[in-house]
Design a protein around this ligand. Structure first.
Ligand SMILES: CC(C)(COP(=O)(O)OP(=O)(O)OC[C@H]1O[C@@H](n2cnc3c(N)ncnc32)[C@H](O)[C@@H]1OP(=O)(O)O)[C@@H](O)C(=O)NCCC(=O)NCCS
Length: 192
């Protein structure tokens, strides 16, 4: 789990594994040293539009089967679309980018949380055909800004090791002040 926050007191929230500790290929880390907000997005909304991308902040017009296809294309397990709908309805903030030409989602990120103190970012994906052109950073900068503007400063996410380098420049760090993340493991429970 990565955190985006200046941690001065022990967190009561999901905990952090050391960067070197891996569970199911996932590194837990946390975000710190947060910019108060991203005042200038790397790619402006106007520039996105001029490049043929529309930014959305609600699930209106989002085809969940297409979104599911993007999840699968990046290696996430295919999930029940009806359950994805429920998850998104219970999501505090989300952003997705539509490819104007095809009307399909090509980038997505969402955050759940308590609306005041804590948020966790999930499902950060960019369609493989559109990776490497700044769309991942575009959704992340905006999602973090939405959370910071709500006063939410404990922002965490789970990162696969190969993606740590993507999150670090966005202000996320692993294990700030030695804080560790833990995830519930049925497998481990059975072993005990
Ligand atoms: C990770 C992911 C969201 C990045 O999106 P993207 O649109 O390709 O990334 P961007 O083009 O916005 O890149 C922004 C910056 O991050 C860097 N970056 C992107 N992916 C990176 C990676 N895996 N490791 C290190 N740096 C990375 C880029 O080089 C770029 O650097 P720059 O700002 O110095 O030019 C995308 O590759 C993806 O969907 N991957 C598969 C799903 C996944 O792993 N999601 C995260 C789950 S933890």
């Amino acid at each position: 789990m990565l955190l985006f926050n200046n941690i001065s007191i022990p967190l009561r929230t999901p905990l952090i594994l050391k960067t070197s500790q891996r569970r199911n290929g996932v590194v837990l880390a946390q975000q710190t040293n947060v910019p108060t907000t991203f005042t200038n997005f790397t790619i402006s909304d106007k520039a996105l539009i001029s490049r043929g991308f529309n930014l959305h902040r609600t699930i209106d017009n989002l085809n969940l089967d297409h979104l599911n296809s993007v999840f699968v294309a990046v290696g996430f397990p295919r999930r029940d679309t009806d359950k994805i709908r429920v998850a998104l309805e219970n999501t505090d903030a989300l952003l997705w980018i539509e490819h104007e030409k095809t009307k399909r989602p090509v980038a997505f990120a969402r955050a759940t949380g308590d609306g005041v103190f804590n948020a966790i970012i999930w499902d950060v994906v960019v369609d493989p055909s559109f990776q490497g052109i700044g769309l991942g950073k575009a959704v992340m900068e905006r999602l973090v800004t939405v959370l910071l503007e709500k006063g939410i400063t404990n922002i965490a996410l789970y990162s696969e090791p190969r993606v740590l380098g993507f999150y670090r420049p966005l202000g996320f760090v692993a294990d700030p002040d030695g804080i560790r993340g833990m995830v519930y493991s049925r497998k481990q429970k059975k072993q005990r």
